[in-house]
Write a protein that binds this ligand. Structure first.
Ligand code: SF4
Ligand code: SF4
Ligand code: FES
Length: 474
């Protein structure tokens, strides 16, 4: 690999790499605002100032490609002065919002100001203030905090494929807005908050929920479709607060869609069933596990039944079912389900030109590879159904099937007339393997404990087996 010198140290670089990235790999921070590795380089904030030998003026590290033998200095007096001047300029209009700003604690402006800015401000002029128009359901705008880096405009144009963010007016009056003040249209609007280096664009869903420094971060996978975007789940005290994309250049790069980003909310939905429930006199009630299992068995016994296995389950869960079902529900047909209109891997295809896939569950490809066949329609004459799912697979129309039993994640509105529901674990509450549409195996990582009396699928099936062996509880 070719080499350059950064702050006196010999450093290898990848041909075509810019100074910011080469320095980052060498453990040297070159601060940035307008630069984002997933967007085009515009070099307009000037924060990434560096000195390069044989070049008389200060250069911008984001727009300068490293060349063999280049000597780069990031800590000279000139560089420090340039950065501090940029910070002073950017803060001329910035309000003292950190105590009430959701970006606080993870804000590039705050961090760079602390590390590279001056403690003194010379301006005495009044600060500019904007009236903010609503940007739709996903993003809260606060233009007083904007530093006009244009990352948001470039994200819309280059990644979301929609020219909806623009810079209105010029100079001191510049304002980032949507065209004609319309709500944002892209299905990837959450990414505007990710790319914004300040608290100008924040997520409405996360706003005033939790300070960033209290959050624990678990690296996991989105379960929203068969792409399997890498993401972090942020949580505290067993409550999930948000999901943000995690970089994986082979799968989702820096991005994720809004459907995947906000999918986690069902985990903490107050309608989610977290105690075994049985139907008594037309009304569902909580029950002991042993009684509920016994009722579940009775609901299926001697009837023409089918088992529906969600493609939101992990491979590990699928394998357990492959052992359990032939022994304990002998002869009962088994099908996988998850997305209307996607009954097999062959039906899965891109759902847009960015990331989304047609299969709205994460493990269609893994479950089908294990040997489960897809459900087209519920066979006529079916009298009982056992639905096993993790919360994401869409329950098919079960009209006409009287005896319904569920294992896994359900909410009360979905199952109010079901005979039995045995509560299980959602994707964030377990470890497990899923296979994406390209055959890549990825892992869910447990971030949360399942609520109240919910159990892992393996434990529920163990109780079922024991109940069957011992004759069950009447
Ligand atoms: S809103 Fe955020 S991303 Fe957009 S220009 Fe302002 S600071 Fe940059
Ligand atoms: S594209 Fe699919 S996997 Fe990626 S964030 Fe959206 S729903 Fe999740
Ligand atoms: S990060 Fe290089 S000019 Fe903005």
């Amino acid at each position: 690999m070719p080499k350059c010198i950064i702050d006196g140290k010999e450093v290898e670089f990848i041909p075509g790499e810019n100074v910011v990235e080469a320095a980052k790999r060498a453990g040297v921070e070159v601060p940035v605002f307008c630069y984002h590795p997933g967007l085009t380089v515009v070099a307009q904030c000037r924060m990434c100032a560096v000195e390069i030998e044989k070049m008389p003026k200060i250069q911008t590290g984001c727009s300068t490609k490293v060349t063999e033998g280049m000597v780069i200095k990031t800590q000279t007096e000139n560089v420090k002065k340039a950065r501090s001047s940029v910070m002073e300029f950017l803060l001329v209009n910035h309000p003292l919002d950190c105590p009430i700003c959701d970006k606080s604690g993870e804000c590039d402006l705050q961090d760079n100001s602390f590390k590279f800015g001056s403690p003194y401000m010379r301006s005495t002029e009044e600060r500019r203030a904007y009236v903010d128009l609503d940007m739709g359901p996903v993003i809260q705008k606060n233009m007083n905090r904007c530093i006009h880096c244009t990352r948001c405009i470039r994200f819309g144009d280059e990644i979301a494929g929609i020219h909806e963010m623009v810079a209105l007016k010029r100079g001191n009056n510049t304002e980032i807005s949507t065209i004609d003040g319309k709500p944002l249209e892209t299905d990837y609007a959450g990414c505007y908050a990710d790319v914004c280096p300040t608290g100008s664009l924040t997520l409405k869903d996360f706003r005033f929920n939790k300070r960033a420094w209290f959050l624990k971060k678990t690296a996991t996978i989105c379960e929203g479709c068969s792409r399997g975007c890498n993401m972090e789940l942020h949580h505290e005290n067993n409550v999930a607060h948000r999901c943000i994309p995690r970089v994986n250049m082979d799968i989702n790069k820096y991005w994720m869609c809004d459907e995947g980003r906000f999918n986690y909310q069902y985990i903490k939905d107050e309608l989610r069933i977290s105690q075994p429930r049985v139907l008594n006199g037309g009304e569902q009630q909580s029950a002991e596990w042993a009684i509920a299992i016994s009722r579940a068995r009775a609901a299926l016994a001697g009837k023409k039944a089918v088992v529906l296995v969600g493609t939101d389950l992990t491979n590990e869960e699928g394998k357990i079912l492959l052992e359990f079902l032939p022994k304990y529900l002998k002869g009962t047909p088994v099908f996988h389900f998850g997305t209307p209109g996607v009954t097999a891997v062959a039906d899965d295809a891109p759902a847009d030109r960015i990331l989304k896939r047609k299969s709205k569950t994460a493990n269609l490809h893994g479950i089908e590879k294990l040997g489960f066949k897809g459900l087209s329609v519920i066979p006529s004459g079916t009298e009982a159904v056992l639905v096993i799912r993790a919360g994401r697979a869409q329950i098919p129309d079960l009209t006409g099937v009287k005896n319904r039993v569920g294992i896994g994640v359900f909410d009360q509105s979905q199952t109010e007339d079901w005979l039995v529901v045995l509560p299980g674990q959602a994707f964030a509450e377990k470890n497990g393997t899923i296979v994406n549409y390209e055959g890549k195996e990825q892992k869910y990582k447990k971030a949360l404990n399942p609520p109240e009396n919910s159990k892992p699928l393996s434990e529920t099936l163990m109780l079922w087996m024991n109940s069957q062996i011992s004759g069950g509880v009447s």
